[in-house]
Design a protein around this ligand. Structure first.
Ligand code: AOF
Ligand code: ZN
Length: 368
């Protein structure tokens, strides 16, 4: 049974974990709080890849005071030698008496073995405290590890009548500055920003993350799904800092060469004539992409949706109307009946300046 104090310290560990969002890729971001005699003696969170894990950061802060302490960790401590040494070893060497973690680490190199190693050495271990909060922070990492596909968020900015651009293609700007800054925060905490060739040709987007407060983040990989390799070598996104990956189904060397010379990496994926989107996402998982932030037009968004590949929608709705002639969000095959429509469940609604931000997921959530 966990106590109120246990909850309080785990909540603190979760807050610490959030500080690492966007900077720990491809690692999960983890928080750790060390407590002895009801007093916090050390705390830490995951450093950028290659740096200390949360536990080692907290142990370094606590020094000798870690002996006999309880460690509150948002993810099961690792027990393998990766780029850094096993946290279980560090916790044991420091004499930590109890380890409470929120969720297990599904990495096949850990997957329960971390807690077992601690338990076998006489440390009291518990798992499951504030599980929900811990899952939320590392959705992408957990999705990649457990299903071999990243967590996919589709962002759409639209008018209140659900239109993303005029029929002429004009779309700058439908939403306000606040919503656009929010988008940059999301891009910064994502592993990859993905779009389709239609958007590249129509808008020549930058796709890089430019958050207002640059608290340290890894510039997301920019991915273009471009079956026929029509990306112009002069595309703006190619000239910006950070990596660009173009996924295609053609091996036309004459089109590859100028794009590669422009700094893009090009890879072929299965699918004819269009890239198979499951393979696109599977390939991104192989490249250790945890979270994908989609900013695409109605064609790619519709295809992703019809293949059941969108995990979450982040919709920005501006208080203006563009009318029926303007473009929609998702191109879908016509529905014969309302019963065939995709139902969403709304997780969160927030006002950002004059606009609304709705976070939703496919599927209805049954009442408890
Ligand atoms: C922890 N605490 O803060 C994190 C963990 O290559 P390395 O050494 O950085 O190890 C990466 C793996 O460690 C990662 O895939 C995941 O299993 C785990 N992440 N574990 O004990 C942490 N970030
Ligand atoms: Zn570790």
């Amino acid at each position: 049974m966990s106590s109120t104090a246990d909850h309080e310290f785990m909540a603190r560990a979760l807050r610490l974990a959030r500080r690492g969002l966007g900077s720990t890729d491809p690692n999960p971001t983890v928080g750790c709080v060390l407590v002895r005699d009801s007093e916090v003696v050390g705390e830490g969170w995951t450093a950028p890849v290659g740096g200390p894990h949360a536990e080692r950061a907290a142990l370094a802060a606590a020094g000798d005071r870690a002996r006999g302490a309880t460690a509150y960790v948002t993810l099961e401590p690792c027990c393998h030698q990766g780029r850094t040494g096993a946290c279980t070893v560090a916790l044991l060497e420091a004499g930590v008496a109890r380890v409470v973690c929120a969720i297990g680490d599904p990495n096949p190199l850990v997957n329960g073995a971390g807690l077992r190693a601690l338990g076998d050495s006489g440390v009291a271990v518990e798992q499951g405290l504030m599980e929900q909060g811990a899952r939320e922070i590392n959705k992408g990492y957990l999705a990649r590890m457990t299903r071999g596909r990243p967590w996919v968020r589709s962002k759409v900015a639209a008018s209140l009548d659900g239109r993303t651009a005029l029929s002429s293609g004009q779309s700058k700007w439908i939403t306000g500055a606040g919503a656009r800054s929010d988008v940059h925060r999301w891009r910064a905490r994502s592993s990859a920003v993905l779009t389709g060739i239609g958007t590249v040709l129509a808008d020549d987007p930058s796709l890089d993350a430019r958050p207002d407060d640059d608290g340290g983040f890894v510039q997301p990989l920019r991915v273009i799904v471009d079956s026929a390799l029509r990306t112009p070598p002069t595309a703006r996104t190619l000239s910006l800092p950070g990596e660009v990956l173009i996924l295609t189904t053609t091996d036309a060397a004459d089109r590859r060469a100028p794009l590669e010379a422009g700094g893009a990496r090009i890879e072929a994926v299965e699918g004819r004539p269009r890239c198979n989107l499951e393979h696109v996402l599977g390939r991104l998982a192989e490249l250790e992409v945890n979270d994908v932030w989609i900013e695409a037009g109605a064609t790619l968004n519709g295809a992703l949706l019809e293949h059941g590949l969108i995990d979450e929608f982040v919709l920005y709705l501006a208080p203006r109307l563009l009318g029926d002639d303007a473009r929609g969000m998702f191109s879908l095959a016509p529905l014969a009946s309302l019963a065939d429509s995709l139902e969403l469940s709304i997780d969160d609604v927030r006002r950002i300046g004059p606009d609304l931000r709705i976070r939703a997921r496919p599927g209805t959530v049954l009442p408890p």
